[in-house]
Design a protein around this ligand. Structure first.
Ligand SMILES: [Zn+2]
Ligand SMILES: [Zn+2]
Length: 101
């Protein structure tokens, strides 16, 4: 028989709370139209999604972080040698997560 702790560790609770409240919810979702602080839903609006849409995470990273790769300011889309991207560089997500933490 294995012993189990009587209560979950505080760290695991914090982790669950973080997962429930993704920082990308600070911006509206361009994909499903969820307003800020509201979870994403399917496009029909019937089902809540556990994670924000990728487009919302892009919009959040674009709004809150500078991009370490293409050197743009918050609010400015990423670009590849002057050509605008519809998504942000991967490093910008990391930058946004570091800012939100
Ligand atoms: Zn959404
Ligand atoms: Zn970029």
């Amino acid at each position: 028989m294995t012993r189990r702790p009587a209560a979950p560790m505080p760290d695991s609770i914090r982790h669950l709370l973080r997962a429930a409240q993704h920082p990308a919810r600070a911006v509206d979702c361009p994909h499903c139209g969820a307003l800020d602080r509201r979870p994403c839903t399917t496009v029909s609006g019937r089902h809540l999604l556990p994670q924000p849409h990728p487009g919302r995470i892009s919009a959040w990273a674009r709004a809150t972080a500078c991009c370490p790769q293409c050197q743009v300011e918050p609010g400015t889309p990423c670009h590849d040698e002057g050509r605008a991207r519809t998504t942000v560089h991967a490093r910008r997500y990391q930058e946004a997560e570091a800012t939100a933490a």
